[in-house]
Design a protein around this ligand. Sequence first.
Ligand SMILES: CC(C)(COP(=O)(O)OP(=O)(O)OC[C@H]1O[C@@H](n2cnc3c(N)ncnc32)[C@H](O)[C@@H]1OP(=O)(O)O)[C@@H](O)C(=O)NCCC(=O)NCCS
Length: 214
Amino acid sequence: MVPDESSIQYDAKEGGQFTKHPTARIHVLPSFGKASNRGDLRSQEGTTAESTIYSGVIIRPFAMVYAEAIVHSDTFIGDQAIVRELTSVGKNCIIGAGSIIENNCFIGDRVRIMTRVYICAFSIIGDDCFIGPGVLTTNDRYLGSGDPERRRRERRGPTLEPGVRLGAGVVTLPGVTIASGVVIGAGGIVTKSIMTPGVYVEYGARLDRLRDEV
Ligand SMILES: CC(C)(COP(=O)(O)OP(=O)(O)OC[C@H]1O[C@@H](n2cnc3c(N)ncnc32)[C@H](O)[C@@H]1OP(=O)(O)O)[C@@H](O)C(=O)NCCC(=O)NCCS
C-alpha cells in the first residue's frame, strides 16, 4: 500500500508549503500497526501512520523518512540517508548522504551529521552537535547475545549534550554521556561518559579481559 501525496503533512502554523519536484515520486512508507515502545511496527490491521515533514525540508534522492518520524523545518536529508520511525530531527539540521538515524532518536536543532554516520536507536543528540563522517554509535552491550528481552530493556544509545563535536570515525559504546564542550578527535573510542570539557583523543586497542562472554 502506498498512500498518495495527501498523506504528507506540512506545518500550516509556520505557513509552510510542501513542494514536490516534478520528477519526484512520493512514497509515504506505511506502518502496519501502532508502534510499540521499542519502536517496532507491529502488524495490526486497519492502522496506518504518517511521517511529518515541516516546511523547507529538502529530501535528496533515495533518502527515506519512515512513518512516524518527524523532520522539522529547513533540515536537509542527503542522498540515501534514512530516518526511521519515532525519531525526531530538529530544525536546520544536516543529515549527510548515506547516514542512518535509527528509531526512537532525538536529534536537536542545527545538528550537523556528516556522510555515512550510524546513529543507533535511543540516541539523544543535543542542539548544535557536529558528528564527523563515519561515526558509529552503539546501544547493545551484549553484542546481540543472551536474553533478547534483557538486551532490549538495557539498550542505551549515547547522550550528546549540546555542542559536542565528534571527529571522523569516532565510536561510542552503549549508554555513554558526553558533556557540552567536549571534542573527540578522529578515530577516538568513547568507552565511558566524559563530563569534563576538553579535546580527547583515544586510540589503539588494549587487552581488556581474557574471556569469551561480555
Ligand atoms: C583531535 C584534534 C582536534 C586535535 O587537533 P590539533 O590540536 O590541531 O592537534 P595536532 O594536529 O597539533 O596534534 C597534536 C598531537 O595529537 C596527536 N593527534 C591528533 N589528532 C589525533 C587523533 N585524532 N587521535 C590520536 N592522536 C591525535 C598528533 O599526532 C599529535 O601528536 P604528537 O604531539 O605526538 O606529534 C584533531 O587532530 C582531530 O582529530 N580532528 C578531527 C578532524 C575531523 O574528524 N573532522 C571531521 C570533518 S572532516
